[in-house]
Design a binder for this molecule. Structure first.
Ligand code: MV4
Length: 483
């Protein structure tokens, strides 16, 4: 777009790629995010100092902070995202529910107002019927929720949900919903300009998740019908219009096996999984976000938008699946990323880079496209096979097993997919047995020694175990041919 970029970085991100790629980069503080990426004053300070006219908040940190959107507006800096009003309305789940009811968007049967007393809770649950979910109004993404199955557990769960909400969010307001068992998580991408035009860019199926962390997403959803898609898309547009939304946003629904759908929450930001929508609908969502912030009119209408083929995203985490998915930060020794037709690899690590311990353990997103779902799955398996990372444990093999699981292949899976298939997903598969990591390391060492023997004595003092990339070690001053 020809726009100059300014990066901010914490102590832990000095050697990150975004710092090198940006036109300018500014240090904003120590590694903990409260001292850097969550420090509004520091970020506004950099915007002023550098003369940046807009801030893109990404998809973490301050991206859904109403006070940050407001501060930008007050400082005359464009926040590439919705207004503080839209963020705070959707951030408060009771207000969001009420707004959705008024807009005619289906919500899960439950209480409209916050539940104040144990007596109120008991009578509400009598009406709704067990099982129910008690949810924190200030929560979201699974925080501050309690499932209640038995009458005798109501009081205890209410107290627990309330105190957890008070401790986590400083707000103990809770509401109660009917529990939807084994749901699908299906979300709709929307785009809205500042001139009253709102469109949806269809759905993403996000039911492959573990502890409220998404692992695989795909579009179209294998359980969607053309009729439901139109109905839910219209509901998503109505939801966005109800808060005068502008920018990119996502309406999350839970969907039961009979395709009854209920509004859960709205994410008032770009999401991690946006590339699958970009690929299937053919729209660059970040470009549209920037143009919307710049007061442009949306360049397409609903009837211009179509889904073409099938896209899948796998999130690659630096974690140890066999050790309860424990984060596994550290030095990247060797990296080979997949490529080719229909493959997009959005990563940030490189050989010699050390993943810091401070932030999320997601290190890459692998997105593939195929003419149809089966082709997309086959392409994903090929791309995962080509993807080699040594030095840290990653979820690549686990993802490969997901692609082979019969529940995934059939397309009939719910949010319980991972827990229901864990032994299969952790077992050795086509991808290679437990020894495959050892073989990979040996192959890497052999390659490294081979290079060294051909490059002559001069370089042989470099142990391949110190750094797997010969290019990094010797490539700084002399080129390969000079050696
Ligand atoms: C529910 C539910 C069942 N019934 N609400 C989890 C995250 C938060 N956004 C709401 N969540 C749920 N709310 C009712 N009334 C089940 C979940 C849920 C879930 C939802 C979407 C994706 C994954 C999930 C995993 C566990 C529970």
């Amino acid at each position: 777009m020809g726009i100059k970029t300014v990066a901010v970085f914490s102590e832990a991100d000095r050697s990150s790629m975004h710092v090198r790629y940006a036109d300018e980069a500014y240090y904003i503080g120590a590694a903990p995010s409260t001292e850097s990426y969550l420090n509004i004053d520091k970020i506004i300070g950099v915007a002023k100092q550098s003369g940046a006219d807009a801030i893109h908040p990404g998809y973490g940190f301050l991206s859904e902070k109403a006070s940050f959107s407001e501060r930008c507006a007050n400082e005359g800096i464009i926040f590439i995202g919705p207004t503080a009003h839209a963020i705070s309305t959707m951030g408060d789940k009771i207000t969001a529910r009420k707004t959705m009811i008024a807009a005619g968007v289906p919500v899960v049967p439950g209480t409209t107002d916050k539940v104040n007393t144990e007596k109120e809770a008991i009578s509400a649950i009598k009406e709704i019927g067990l099982p129910v979910m008690i949810k924190a109004s200030a929560g979201g993404g699974g925080k501050g929720m309690r499932l209640v199955k038995k009458e005798k557990d109501i009081v205890g769960s209410l107290r627990a949900a309330r105190s957890e909400a008070a401790a986590s969010f400083g707000d103990d307001a809770v509401f109660i919903e009917k529990y939807i068992d084994s749901p699908h998580h299906i979300e709709f991408q929307i785009l809205a300009d500042k001139h009253g035009n709102t469109v949806h860019l269809f759905e993403r199926e996000c039911s492959v998740q573990r502890r409220h962390q998404k692992v695989v997403e795909e579009t179209p959803s294998p359980i969607m019908t053309p009729e439901k898609r139109i109905e839910m898309g219209n509901a998503a547009v109505a939801a966005a219009k109800a808060v005068n939304y502008s920018g990119a946003g996502t309406i999350e629904f839970i969907v039961d096996d009979n395709l009854n759908y209920y509004f859960l929450e709205m994410n008032t930001r770009l999401q991690v999984e946006h590339p699958i929508t970009e690929r299937v609908v053919g729209v660059d969502l970040v470009k549209e976000q920037i143009n919307i912030a710049n007061n442009h009119i949306l360049p397409f209408k609903q009837e211009d938008l179509h889904q073409h083929g099938h896209a899948i995203e796998c999130r690659v985490y630096a974690e140890d699946a066999e050790n309860n998915f424990m984060p596994n930060p550290g030095l990247i020794r060797h990296l080979t990323e997949p490529y080719g037709f229909g493959v997009r690899c959005d990563g940030y690590v490189y050989e010699g880079y050390t993943i810091p311990i401070y932030y999320d353990s997601m290190i890459a997103k692998l997105i593939v496209w195929g003419e149809n779902r089966d082709e997309a799955i086959e392409r994903m398996k090929r791309a995962l096979f080509e993807y080699k990372i040594t030095g840290v444990k990653t979820s690549i093999r686990f993802l490969s097993r997901i692609m082979e699981a019969s529940d995934f292949r059939s397309g009939r899976y719910t949010t319980h997919f991972i827990e229901n298939n864990l032994p299969f997903l952790l077992a050795e598969g086509d991808y290679g047995g437990k020894s495959s990591q050892l073989y990979e390391d040996i192959a890497l060492m052999v390659t490294s020694f081979d290079y060294q023997s051909r490059l002559g004595e001069k370089t042989s003092k470099w142990s391949p175990l110190m750094n797997s990339s010969i290019w990094k070690r010797i490539g700084r001053r002399r080129t390969h041919t000079e050696m």
